[in-house]
Design a protein around this ligand. Structure first.
Ligand code: ADP
Length: 488
């Protein structure tokens, strides 16, 4: 990962450097070109009339005929006085008539006449510089000044003055000669060096954030789920960091819930096998006794054993049935079929059903509600199941006393309370009683009747109705379970 980011830094830096070099080169080139053009223009404008002024010196040598020696000396004197100019006497077509220079240095014996004509015709607004051929070079062109002269009174020619001389020969000569150009070039150099440094530093800092992010992601991937990216900005990297952190949170949550589900599943399997094994072992034991003893067993004992076997099979049947019910609720296979119904009627019927059993145990059971309760919306079968579970428990955990089912309505909901005056549930057990297989008295688990699933099923059904069952209880005083159903 480090290498990748590092090479990303390398790539960005290389591209930046290349761009800077290209821009720098173009900039320098344009700058030098314009400097030279500017210098040439200034030179040509300033020295526009130089050739005409100088021509006056040569008139004596041109009056009758061309005095080459005289002109040569004169050229020499002038060029010594002003080494920046080179003088040439040209004929009408641009051919060299006289000059002062080592003949070896002269590379062409004629210059093109077009720039000369252009110079002579140019007015004040004409674009300058106009470049003319430099006789000292086979191909170079330089700013010049020129004026027509008359040789021997009849032959037309030109006094041609190359300005700047060798000063314009090369950029390096230009750099050497101009302080401004030199200073500007060095400033430009520093600016580029500064930009390069700043750019490299910036990219380093940017990629450093990326590096630290990849480190964090790496550690997370290796299993350190506490790792989070420190988000210090709202730019794209900041957003990336934030998104990763959110993803990490979601992942950690999912892992925790998977672990919890796994633990629950193990516990469930353990509980189920335990709760199945106990009644099965009991059935097997009694059946074996009946088989072995055969006729030795008197009728009363045999009946007693058969009763126990019957109770255990009932218990098994109920356990398997409830497990199946719970798993369907878990998998959302049994969704409630919502319809309006009267809770009062349901409560009345259920209480009636349980009255014989209650009386058998010396418990009074009653329903209390007002007649004008609104209809509620829910799955009547499922709600009946909740009521049955709660009333069964109330009867089961009450020795002698009263079980009351109360209904209290508001326009938007009706609350159901199942109250008993039984043994109550200790405070520390109350948060757990809705967990599957949880029982307050663990030792009682093998006793037939209780599966530890009744409240779990009731709570699931309530939740499927967007409701929740709450418990309030005091030990030895009684317990109240309550939940509410919406009226619309
Ligand atoms: P069980 O089949 O054991 O009754 P439940 O899920 O219905 O399983 O209830 C879980 C536990 O909650 C019970 O074992 C019991 O200890 C406690 N409990 C439930 N209802 C009452 C009640 N009305 N009074 C006292 N304890 C209760």
């Amino acid at each position: 990962m480090w290498n990748k980011v590092n090479s990303l830094y390398g790539k960005i830096s290389a591209i930046f450097l290349l761009l800077l070099l290209v821009i720098g080169a173009v900039q320098v080139r344009v700058f030098l070109q314009t400097s030279m053009e500017f210098a040439a223009e200034a030179d040509q404008k300033l020295n526009h009339d130089l050739a005409r002024d100088l021509a006056k010196h040569f008139e004596p040598f041109l009056a009758d005929s061309l005095d080459e020696v005289g002109i040569g000396h004169s050229f020499h004197d002038l060029m010594v006085m002003n080494p920046r100019v080179e003088l040439y006497l040209l004929d009408e077509t641009g051919g060299l008539l006289a000059y002062f220079a080592d003949p070896v240095k002269i590379k062409r014996m004629a210059v093109s006449i077009a720039p000369i004509k252009a110079f002579l015709q140019a007015d004040d607004n004409a674009p300058m510089p106009i470049y003319g051929d430099d006789p000292r070079s086979p191909d170079k062109r330089k700013p010049f000044s020129v004026t027509p002269v008359l040789i021997g009174g009849k032959q037309h020619g030109y006094l041609y003055v190359i300005l700047g001389g060798e000063e314009y020969d090369s950029v390096s000569a230009m750099l050497k000669n101009s302080y401004i150009v030199k200073t500007s070039a060095s400033i430009l150099g520093w600016v580029f060096a500064g930009a390069l440094l700043a750019g490299l530093l910036l990219f380093f800092l940017l990629t450093r954030r990326l590096r630290s992010m990849t480190d964090t992601v790496d550690q997370f991937a290796r299993g350190d789920y506490q790792q989070r990216i420190t988000v210090g900005s709202s730019d794209e990297l900041g957003q990336l960091g934030r998104s990763f952190n959110q993803m990490a949170d979601a992942l950690v949550e999912s892992i925790a819930s998977i672990k919890m589900n796994d633990a629950l599943r193990r516990e469930l399997v353990a509980n189920v096998s335990h709760d199945l094994r106990t009644p099965l072992a009991s059935i097997q034991g009694y059946l074996e006794t009946i088989f072995i003893k055969k006729e030795d067993l008197d009728e009363e004992r045999r009946q007693q054993f058969l009763d126990i076997i019957y109770q255990n099979t009932t218990m098994l049947n109920r356990l398997v049935g409830e497990l199946f019910e719970l798993s369907k609720l878990d998998a959302k296979q049994s969704e409630p079929e919502i319809e309006p119904f009267s809770l009062a009627e349901l409560v009345q019927d259920t209480v009636m059903e349980f009255r014989p059993l209650a009386e058998e145990h010396g418990i009074e059971i009653k329903a209390e509600y007002s007649q004008d309760l609104p209809l509620v919306r829910g799955d009547i079968g499922m709600i009946a199941r909740v009521l049955t579970n709660l009333i069964e428990n109330a009867l089961h955990y009450t020795e002698q006393g009263t079980v009351t089912v109360l209904l209290a309505g508001t326009p938007s909901s009706v609350e159901i309370r199942v109250q008993d005056t039984g043994r109550g549930i200790p405070r520390e057990d109350q948060p757990h009683i809705f967990n599957r297989f949880y029982r307050v008295e663990k030792g009682r688990s093998s006793a037939p009747g209780g599966t530890g699933l009744g409240l779990a099923i009731a709570q699931k059904i309530a939740q499927a109705h967007n409701s929740e069952i709450y418990v309030e209880s005091l030990v030895d005083q009684g317990t109240t379970f309550r939940f509410a159903l919406d009226t619309h």
